[in-house]
Design a protein around this ligand. Sequence first.
Ligand code: HEM
Length: 364
Amino acid sequence: MAPKLAVLAVLASLLGAVSCEFSISIYAGYGFPPPNPNQPFKLPPASPPKNPRPDLKVGYYAANKCPQAEEIVKRAVEEATPGEKAGLIRLFFHDCFVQGCDASVLLEGPDTERTAFPNLSLRGFNIIEKAKAALEVECKGIVSCADIVAFAGRDASCSLSDGKINYQVPAGRYDGNVSRANDTFLNLPPPFGDLKLITDMFAAKGLDQTDMLVLSGGHSTGRSGCGSFANSFSNRLQADNSSTAMNRTLADQLNTTCTADSVNVPLDYKTPYALDHQYYKNVQEHNVLFTSDAVLLESPETKVLVDSFARDPFFLSDIIPIGRNPWYDAFAKAMVKMGNWEVKNSTVGEIRQFCGKVNDKKTY
Ligand code: HEM
């Protein structure tokens, strides 16, 4: 029995490491206008869920459009730093939540999404531009910036998780022409949000509470400016008796490090460069930066999920794991689901020549 188990365990570990084929006052602290008590914050009208999208297809470019498309994006992502890779995962989220997954987050210019406060710390734009430039040489006018963002989010997740997160990306998105700074405030959840607000804001994008909790695991890598969790409206570093309070040891360390809002600290103090299930252990131990992370312990439904994702696989020996933590596959599925949101087609979108600007209608 033991040798059989060992073989199964080796197989499982190999499978797990396949190569990377491919109350509203809070708003003021996040760059929002001061709240008006006579006018409570309203969620944007929820559009009906549009999942699954029959018009997106796995291998969309592979057949004859541009067979090397995904490989070109993958090569660009491979050259990115771990920090830029974290940025690419967040970029996909910020793209999909505002105007749908249509690369509106990449458009440059006054009052575009890029200029809005929650997007000022986005990174990875250079990697998208690099991939787009290479794609325009190989397959001019074929591959949308929206699909590049989706592929790059997958490739970054795969790389940072050491191959544990690996999935196929349905593609065929077109690029949008609208990008407004104000849309970001209404659509991107703030780090000070409570469980209801965060859940509702994901529901408005066709994502349920489990998807929200699974995708929040993105906070197992990358960084945050101190101003995102310690400011005059909501200071997570102050001593606090609430159930969502930060672990005092971490808060004391951050009190020393956070000498200015612009100082960056790791989101995951234990394994900052890995996209892994450590995040859920951090949530259990109150070692998380944002209220939106800490509130995942607040309801019995979310706590059960946090506990199950926090569990390490059982190890047969020091190096042979048995089974797989379910979070990695759940994250892959939720990323695909998020990528379905309000996808544009050729009637309302275009394939941009440069990801930072809409096409000049006369020349392209
Ligand atoms: C639950 C709602 C969420 C809130 C309130 C939130 C908020 C934030 C904030 C405030 C930061 C730090 C910004 C800064 O100061 O630089 C951040 C970083 C990050 N977020 Fe989220 N986020 C949420 C969901 C997500 C999702 C769904 C993903 C992806 C699946 C994600 C991935 C990331 C990553 C990877 C970083 C680090 C980026 C970098 O290092 O450049 N977040 N998030």
